[in-house]
Design a protein around this ligand. Sequence first.
Ligand code: NAD
Length: 339
Amino acid sequence: MDNGKEKLGIALVGLGKYSEELVSALQETKHCRLAGVVTGTEVKKEKWKNKYDLPDRNIYDYKNFDSIRENANIDIIYVVLPNSMHAEYVVRAAAAGKHVICEKPMAVTVDECDRMIDACKKAGVMLSIGYRLHFEPHHLEVMKLARQKVYGEIKTIEAAHSLSNPAGWRLEKDLAGGGPLMDVGIYCVQAARYVTGLEPIAVEAFEGSKKNKEKFKTIEESLTWRMEFSNGVVADCSSSYSKAENYLKVEAENGWFELSPAYSYRGIKGKTSDGKMDLPEVNQQANQMDDFALAIMNKRLTPVPGEMGRQDLKILQAIYHSMETGKRIEIENEQLALH
Ligand code: NAD
């Protein structure tokens, strides 16, 4: 399938807003290219076919999607659908013998994540999650500062990521699996994990009061939560659909470092107690997709595998459990961190 090719072919599934971002990144990739699309909308088929010069045989809909198996131009399927649809399309992509990138959150339950991981293992294909910040210099620097204890032991972490004015499927629990926590709060969970290099042993969460009860009927409008780690570090986090927070702050024994804005596609800025971080801006999505293509070509692991997405889901479920019961929830960690 991917033997001897200079660039692997990617098919995007679901041509919404984020796929527009990905297709522009694909103009900058060195090891992969846009090879096909999967969409249920006729107008989009025409638009993408003409704009990106795609042959008809590489354009699929959700019904004939499984026949993508016969298409040697497509090596990787990138699932960019609403969250509750990820599991079905990852399993179908694996059954078609294609490597898979799945957008975050990986799915809406841990059970779904297990099915997705199993399906990819069985089919002998690789699975990665669209965690673009693992390929972004400021986040890599934060990981390094923390791991190398440049400012001594980490004491506390504060992380917040919010989005204002969500619409469409993001407001429906059936499709989104939850509210801002699933959508943008997940970045804070990720950051706390990669700053500490540990898994949380317990979480405690509180739902914020709803200003718009009608709009946020089935999901939380906002929440705050604390993650506790085995070394005593705590991460205090916040996520909302009616604010504009976007930062990561780390206090260590002998100094501090922070990113603000922290989680955006562009314009991430960092500071430490010694001054500004002077790091280049990169195309995160291009780096992420290129790294996955190289992982496939060189038969090595991806740094952002399905197991990482599954672990996040496990933490997100514990956070919701705490928010709903008002209890501190302990998390059993049966596996080591995969960073
Ligand atoms: P979007 O609403 O813009 O696009 C979703 C696409 O799915 C649309 O093309 C829509 O037509 C299609 N779709 C198919 N069946 C649907 C259904 N039953 N209901 C609604 N839409 C349906 O959403 P988006 O912002 O592109 O998000 C898609 C995925 O990408 C989500 O999982 C989201 O979390 C993820 N995402 C990731 C990032 C990131 O930075 N990694 C950023 C944005 C979105």
